[in-house]
Ligand binder design. Structure first.
Ligand code: GLV
Ligand code: MN
Ligand code: MN
Length: 409
């Protein structure tokens, strides 16, 4: 059995730790999360790691290194989006364990310790926040997030405590950057580039920045049958023009991905003119300047659309995460490991965000992408080939061994 086959089998098994329905639904600090941790614990144990769950509900598997040496961190997240796939996040944990299992079988001793990390919450779909685990390690965790609530009114703090973690000890999780070598994350690409380039693996150059804005158009409601068309102050018509402009302008700007994924309309009645349309505008780019320019442009266009129809327009930024670069030296080492494993080298940026983004506040980061079928992700049909995951195990193990060579010369 290859490591790729083992990865596929383990991912099929852990996919059952899910709410009922299509694909995988595994939210943080739930019964599904707890049953997933039992699997991950077994994978870590098989790789010879000492396992514990930390105060942020990150499962940590430690391979001790030489006394006084540094620690390399490697991992990804256990959670999924609702009706997501069986690879996003968790594949990075299983591949990390298998790479260490391979080195154990090959009797390779690394000149540093390794912590494999299975973070609880990267997707941010249960609570209006995400990346709790990596932020606690990086010391960038904001204690105000403990009071944020899920749709049932359960706070992050209460969910952590009920899960057996400890919201009072989060500050103490911050790691000393001088003890840390780097953070490596393997992840499915979640896009079509590697498939198009016919390559199983890719080396990530950087992770996009993200901002979210809350947009509200306010007009006036009225009777759908009596108010003349020319006299209307229809908030949904203005919002529709805005959404089309978002898409058209983003298409002219190569580095921008802009999305309006929701809309809420008032009074939301078939025979009433909408007086309020609220929508989030999410903007991503690997260039923070390009992202800020695009948002400024959309602010002007939204105000213009509103004034043309006698409406008011509000745009408020609700979330911002800067773009981060992967470390060029680590990327070079990872690229050599990919080539050594016999695969062409593709370098590409990430348009999805990852735990690595928050870990970049602690230490240099590297990311390895694995090709995914039809570029599908956040989708029940998300798929990575067995042979590609096998190649990834080889590349991760090769990377760790190269670091060893660098560390000892
Ligand atoms: C998470 O996968 C995101 O990129 O939003
Ligand atoms: Mn992910
Ligand atoms: Mn995801």
């Amino acid at each position: 059995m290859t490591f790729g086959t083992l990865a596929q089998t383990r991912l099929r098994e852990i996919a059952r730790c899910s709410l009922a329905g299509a694909g995988v639904t595994r939210l943080p600090f739930t019964a599904e999360h707890a049953s997933a941790l039992a699997h991950i614990r077994d994978w870590m144990t098989a790789a010879g790691l000492q396992v514990h769950m930390d105060a942020a509900a990150t499962l940590v598997g430690r391979l001790e290194g030489p006394e006084g040496g540094k620690t390399l961190l490697i991992g990804s997240h256990q959670d999924s989006v609702p009706n997501g796939g069986r690879y996003d996040g968790i594949m990075g944990v299983v591949l990390a364990c298998l790479a260490l299992e391979k080195l154990k079988i090959d009797n390779v001793r690394l000149p540093f310790a390794v912590d494999v990390l299975a973070f609880a919450d990267e997707e941010g779909v249960r609570f209006p926040t995400a990346l709790l685990g990596p932020r606690t390690l990086a010391g960038t965790f904001d204690s105000a997030v403990l009071n944020l609530e899920d749709p049932e009114g359960v706070t992050v703090g209460a969910a952590l405590a009920a899960f057996g973690a400890d919201p009072t000890q989060l500050v103490g999780l911050a790691r000393d950057p001088t003890d840390i070598l780097c953070y490596l994350e393997a992840h499915i690409e979640q896009g079509p580039v590697l498939e198009t380039r016919n390559s199983p693996l890719g080396v990530v150059t950087g992770i996009c920045g993200i901002e979210r804005n809350r947009i509200v158009f306010t007009g006036e409601t009225g009777h759908a049958g009596t108010v003349p068309m020319a006299d209307r102050r229809d908030a949904l018509v203005a919002a529709s023009r805005f959404i089309v402009a978002v898409s058209e302008i983003a298409k002219q700007t190569n580095s921008i991905r802009a999305t309006v994924g929701e809309i809420s309309v008032h009074p939301n009645a078939v025979n009433a003119i909408p007086d309020r349309a609220a929508l989030p505008l999410e903007v991503r780019s690997t260039s923070d300047a390009a992202r800020a320019n695009f948002s400024a442009q959309m602010r002007e266009i939204g105000a213009q659309i509103a004034s043309e129809s006698g409406l008011s327009f509000q745009m408020e930024q609700t979330y911002k995460q800067p773009a981060v670069n992967c470390d060029p030296t680590l990327a070079k080492t990872l690229a050599s490991a990919v080539k050594q494993a016999g695969h062409p080298l593709v370098r590409l940026p990430s348009g999805a965000t990852h735990d690595a983004s928050a870990m970049s506040d602690l230490c240099p980061i590297a990311m390895l992408f694995v090709r995914c079928t039809r570029g599908l992700s956040h989708h029940p049909d998300e798929h990575a080939r067995t042979e590609d995951m096998n190649a990834a195990v080889d590349a991760i193990a090769g990377f760790l061994v190269s670091l060893k060579t660098e560390g000892t010369t």
